[in-house]
Design a protein around this ligand. Structure first.
Ligand code: CAA
Length: 380
């Protein structure tokens, strides 16, 4: 067992830290305040080959391992959680789905543009009445020979207003129920009959756009089926097994970023004639939160290592996602407390971390869904 990163991983981490510090952190406050998609960062990451980090070189990607990708999401989230989720959905769900399940033609047509950032990808699974119960999705695709005719809606779609394509889950067998009869399709943005709503207003993650998609007689060619027809639910779940590790890394980064800030603050802030860090109550709180961040990191890296080495990782991804994102919420809330009245103002960044942390307990499967997944693995 080796807990150290190898030389290549250390060098990669150094490069990503530089990018996070010099480019991403510099924009983070504006991205939040102005609800602004960080296009320049995403473009830069495309130029550096980071958007296709885990995509095989044969498909234009950088051929990196999953653990490096997770380290990158953690570093981005330490300074800007919006940037982290934009990349997690683009690379970990959209690019990964086409790399893994796409045909050579689909990879050539779409993946080559996704990995450079020329095109942004989104992942459309959730519907107004199909959230945790994803298998109850009802976006209908009627068979019309060489294409599908789509009618229905998707909600809470990350990256939607910026996206060039949507990896979309639809019901292609009208009489089917539950997980059967679902198919995964690549839907292009300019498909007639597809409308994208304005971004919804959220508590946090203001730089990440979240929209509804409405399909009204939208025609999608059969050539755009991703994976096997009728097997879309399994595709969705397999992608989420990996996606949840990235969200766990996002939670970890949010927690670590807020905690680093608060740690510096408590050493400097003086009350009653000494730094507030001199109080045992504050020391014990800091010790407990630091221990939880470390435990989260071990769970996240273990899940990433399992995926990197091709081992089953569904249960471990769910454990990492639940623990790391619950840690993010607890840590960021405590960081606001440590900064007192200042922590509650927009003059200091910790309230942003706290707002951003909340959704990590909700998306890519609520933490209650993660408990279901873990329990099912245990009771199998
Ligand atoms: N890998 C492969 N196959 C899987 C699987 C996995 N991890 N999980 C389930 N399956 C297969 C099962 O084997 C089963 O297939 P068979 O019928 O052939 O045996 C089929 O899928 C149905 O499985 P279940 O009976 O377990 O399905 P279920 O209806 O009980 O649902 C669930 C399980 C875990 C609750 C699932 O619905 C779920 O994950 N819900 C949460 C949805 C979610 O995570 N949404 C995230 C949206 S994306 C997002 O949030 C991105 C963003 O913006 C940041």
């Amino acid at each position: 067992m080796d807990f150290a990163l190898n030389e290549e991983q250390e060098l990669f981490l150094e490069m990503v830290r530089k990018l996070a510090r010099n480019e991403v952190a510099a924009l983070a406050e504006r991205v939040d305040r102005e609800h602004r998609f960080p296009r320049e960062t995403i473009q830069k990451m495309g130029e550096l080959g980071l958007l296709g980090l885990t995509i095989p070189e044969a498909y234009g990607g950088s051929g990196g391992e999953y653990l490096s990708y997770v380290l990158m999401i953690e570093e981005l989230a330490k300074v800007c959680a919006s940037t982290a989720v934009i990349v997690a959905v683009h690379t970990g769900l959209a690019c990964a789905s086409i790399a893994r399940f796409g045909s050579d033609v689909q990879r050539e047509k779409y993946l080559t543009r996704l990995v450079t950032g020329e095109m942004i990808g989104a992942y459309a699974l959730t519907e107004p009445n199909a959230g945790s119960d994803a298998a109850s999705l009802a976006l209908m695709a009627a068979d019309e020979g060489d294409h599908w005719r789509l009618n229905g809606s998707k909600v809470f779609i990350t990256n939607a207003s910026e996206a060039g394509l949507f990896v979309t889950f639809v019901r292609t067998e009208p009489a089917s129920r539950g997980a059967k009869g679902i198919t995964c399709l690549i839907v292009e943005r300019d498909t007639p009959g597809l409308t994208i709503s304005k971004p919804v207003e959220k508590m946090g993650l203001h730089g990440s756009v979240t929209c509804e998609l409405h399909f009204e007689n939208a025609l999608v060619p059969k050539a755009n089926v991703l994976g096997d027809s009728g097997q879309g639910f399994t595709v969705a779940m397999q992608l989420l097994d990996g996606g949840r590790i990235a969200i766990a890394a996002q939670g970890l980064g949010i927690a670590a970023g807020a905690f680093d800030y608060a740690l510096r603050y408590i050493k400097q802030r003086e009350q009653f004639g000494r730094p507030i860090a001199a109080n045992q109550g504050i020391q014990w709180l800091a010790a407990d939160r630091a221990t939880e961040i470390d435990a989260a990191r071990l769970l996240v890296y273990r899940a990433a290592w399992l995926k990197t080495t091709g081992r089953p990782h569904g249960k471990e991804a769910a454990m990492a996602k639940k623990y790391a994102t619950d840690t993010a919420m607890r840590v960021t809330s405590d960081c606001v407390q440590l900064l007192g009245g200042y922590g509650y103002t927009r003059e200091y960044p910790v309230e942003r971390y706290m707002r951003d942390a909340k959704v990590t307990q909700i998306y890519e499967g609520t933490n209650q869904v993660q408990q279901m997944v873990i329990a099912r693995h245990l009771l199998r």
